[in-house]
Design a binder for this molecule. Sequence first.
Ligand code: FES
Ligand SMILES: [Fe+2]
Length: 449
Amino acid sequence: MTDVIPNPKLRGGIVRDGVAEPILSQDPIAGEQYYSKDYMQSEWDAVWTKVWLIAGMVNQVPLAGDYITIDIGRESILCSRGTDGRIRAFYNVCQHRGNRLITNERGSLAGGEFQCAYHGWRYADTGQLNWVYCEEDFPQGTPCGKRNLAEIPCDTWAGFIWINMDESCASLQEYLSPVAEQLDSYQMHNMKRTHWVTLESDFNWKCVQDNFNESYHLPYVHPQTLPVMNEHYSGCQFDMYASGHARMLMPGGAPGPQYEGSSDVTFKSLKPDLDFWELDPEPYRNDLPSLRLALQRRKRELGQQKGYDFSFYSDEQLTDNYHYTIFPNTSFSMKPDGCIFLMARPHATDPTKCWFDMWYLTLFPTGSKEYYSNAMRDWVSIDHQVEHVQGKVGEVSCGSAIDQDVAIWSTQQAGLQSRGYRGDYMPAQENRIRFFHDTINSYIKQFSA
Ligand code: FES
Ligand SMILES: [Fe+2]
């Protein structure tokens, strides 16, 4: 699979046809699943080491010798672009006596080799072992060319580097079906990462993915969304795919019919967007749902002039939130001009901790170097080299909206560990959470026989 130029068939945008809801289990989701070391081990054996996961972005390794590393549970994965142009992934471990080979997050060999700090073994950017100290002193024969780095499947799609620790995995294309074809319409490979935050978190990784599998929390955790989105389940569409992925289509550009707030608040919240698209909202003061349609029309009229090719979007994609949860640990929350990228990685040893990655990817209008990202409420620049901001919960910000989610997960983790928690009791609109846990359990069943 490679980064694609969207298929011409995608012109017109994502088909909204729903799929039949899968049969879901009635199994309660127990608090233990968020703190048990045994369950964590089952997830490691049957999920993390069997699925395709994002390791980074293709544009982090533009040249031969460029590399990145990423921690996933107890593993560190090294991705390197070889002199032949191919990106490969390896376990980040020296094949002499197991030292972690690379300890920094990214770098460039610039014509050199990966060299282990312990006894100096040297590997090419293709993973081949090139040189060892005292090569003549190996009665079993030289390790060079034999004890190469342990390579794992690696592929790219949508500007991301994907890895899989399962040698016999299905292709990335098969794994991501059918959501990859849908997401291609957003041309994510043309987006630029303008925010990059990693939190060292005091909650289980599933708190993150659960949360992004429902919008039930919006009125309470994100009340600021009510004037500009139709978050109510009656206005949204939810789909769960046999591959384990899911989507939620949530109307944006105006509140839903249940909104009881003032039009002024809606106009104020949408102001940057309305200004950019030169749309006067006053005619819609008493008919806010029509404002969404007017915004769609306006974007069609002015899209090209403003530097966008919207021919790959449906009208709904021009205003709405297309939110995809990719099994097991990633969400793409698609906006017309960008993507909130959310990912949770398991901690090496502690089920009550994880790494939470929040990126924002901006689709800059052609010719624009500076752009106001309404989703992040921030100006972003195409020339700015994004810093990787890292810290503990509360120390660094993921942007005001995602900070609201993060604040909840810590208190939820505390509650999930209570003797008084009886397991979940969820409304139908949270079925994607049940589906997510059913999918984990089906992997555990399949791979722990
Ligand atoms: S462990 Fe790497 S060279 Fe010895
Ligand atoms: Fe949220």
